[in-house]
Design a protein around this ligand. Structure first.
Ligand code: GAL
Length: 481
């Protein structure tokens, strides 16, 4: 990555990598951990590639010190990990605390700090405790208060050392894939209804957790809290077609705007969502309420509940209008959205079918976020490139991807004036990639899942990322006198 000009990145730029508990930890039933919805989901045949599951995964629960070596080898300044809620609180509530879970995360946090690596902790990365799912999960109104208690417990237990918190990872994905399409845990297929309720309760949960931190922990601990939102960059399929242009705005509103608008702009959902959903209720004769819930005046507002903008970016789409297409005659999120994102045939595909590689989409998205939503610092909390098929340790294509992407981030900073503070590569390790199991690899380190040692081996892309970090750190090190 020699061509990359690292001087455009600010001195205190955070160079990170990210993981998530269910995808790496394993130890699914060890030392008092309760099951999560992903354990239940994977243990039913036919849902995940070749019925893989996260029972063992990278065994980071037992091999944490190996992960730490990887982190040090890369020279990361920051490491983003998530807490397995049910490892800490087996039934999801603070009525039962698992001391071994507390000890595990204490060790991880202490080791990171001892190695001069700043931890960023995600409280929720897709793995709801099964006991809470049994009570209605994200569709139950009670979940927001239960999440708030969990968050409070984590702030109290770890917040003396952890200063960067993400409450929720990708509420869009959890709501859409988990409660509309049913392809992610908990596997609910309830088109056009559950998806909005899930999103709403996730926003309520985040809001309560942020307010708790703000009122009770920030004064002493001085940290920052946000939620990680995923977004594609989107452009009209036919730039001369006004309907495609409108559809593109709807596409953005129904993904990023759905969560960003309440938190960063208005305290409510985008107008286009309210308009489309209410109109379709009329068209389809749906009379059981508004489907897109309203924020109660009795509860704290989501507006202003983020201390930075956390973005997960992977890919881009060209958007075509679907507002009057045939499948619009039934309740569904896509029907409400009235738009479809397609892959431009000129974009290369990395590993998985959905991941078209469009590094300059990230630059455009960063500028759009600055112009539309927030002037707060932006943390890129995930971005990566997958590999499928035979393992290639010399992964020249992924190395090139990181080089191209970091160049675009550099342009966003130096030419567009976007305040980007952090870049977290997804992922530190090859891991359990949800429906694709271990068949799709996103790591900077390869993990040999065929042997019990689960040996970690750095990919070329990892070596080159380490070189970028080292170059940046050496250029910004204070000169000794
Ligand atoms: C994100 C998710 C990660 C990871 C990544 C690659 O949506 O937060 O857990 O799996 O996608 O697909």
């Amino acid at each position: 990555m020699s061509a990359l000009d690292v001087t455009v990145f600010p001195k205190d730029f955070a160079w990170g990598a990210a993981t998530a508990a269910y995808q790496i930890e394993g130890g699914w039933n060890m030392d008092g951990r309760g099951p999560s919805v992903w354990d239940t989901f994977c243990h039913v045949k036919g849902r995940v590639f070749e019925d893989h599951n996260g029972d063992v995964a990278c065994n980071s629960y037992q091999l944490w010190k190996e992960d730490l070596k990887c982190i040090q080898q890369l020279g990361l300044t920051h490491y983003r990990l998530s807490i397995s809620w049910s490892r800490l609180l087996p039934d999801g509530t603070t009525n039962h605390v698992n001391p071994k879970g507390v000890a595990y995360y204490n060790e991880v946090i202490d080791d990171l700090i001892a190695c001069d690596v700043t931890p960023m902790i995600t409280l929720y990365h897709m793995d709801l405790p099964q006991a809470l799912q049994d009570l209605g999960g994200w569709n139950s109104g009670d979940i927001a208060d239960i999440f708030e208690s969990y968050a409070r417990f984590c702030f109290k237990t770890f917040g003396d050392r952890v200063k960067l918190w993400i409450t929720l990872n990708e509420p869009y994905v959890c709501a859409k894939l988990g409660h509309e399409d049913g392809t992610f845990a908990p596997g609910i297929k309830d088109p056009g209804i559950s998806v909005y309720l899930t999103g709403h309760n996730m926003l309520r949960a985040h809001t309560k957790a942020w307010h708790t931190y703000n009122a009770h922990f920030r004064p002493l601990q001085g940290g920052q809290v946000s939620l990680a939102l995923n977004s594609d960059w989107a452009e009209p399929l036919n730039p001369d077609c006004p309907k495609d242009a409108e559809a593109t705005e709807r596409y953005k509103d129904f993904t990023l705007g759905w969560f960003a608008c309440p938190v960063f702009c208005t305290g409510d959902y985008p107008e286009s969502m309210r308009f489309r959903i209410e109109n379709r209720n009329l068209d389809l004769g749906y009379k059981q309420g508004s489907r897109l819930p309203h924020f109660s005046k009795e509860e704290p507002t989501p507006l202003g509940t983020a201390d930075f903008f956390a973005l997960n970016y992977y890919t881009s789409r060209k958007v075509k209008d679907l507002s009057s297409a045939g499948k619009n005659n039934e309740l569904s999120f896509v029907g409400d959205q009235g738009a479809e994102g397609v892959v431009d045939p000129s974009w290369p595909i990395s590993g998985v079918h959905w991941l078209a590689v469009v590094p300059d989409g990230l630059r455009k998205l960063l500028k759009c976020i600055k112009d539309t939503y927030s002037s707060l610092p932006i943390y890129i909390t995930e971005n990566g490139f997958s590999q499928m098929g035979p393992v290639q340790i010399e992964d020249a294509d992924r190395s090139q991807f990181y080089q191209d992407t970091l160049q675009e981030v550099g342009k966003a900073i130096s030419q567009d004036g976007v305040n980007v503070k952090a870049y977290f590569a997804w992922s530190l390790l090859d891991n359990f990639e949800w429906n694709d199991g271990f068949n799709v690899r996103f790591g900077l380190f390869h993990v040999d899942f065929s042997t019990p040692e689960l040996k970690r081996t750095i990919y070329r892309s990892g070596r080159e990322y380490a070189a970028v970090i080292s170059k940046h750190r050496s250029q910004t090190k204070p000169k000794s006198v």
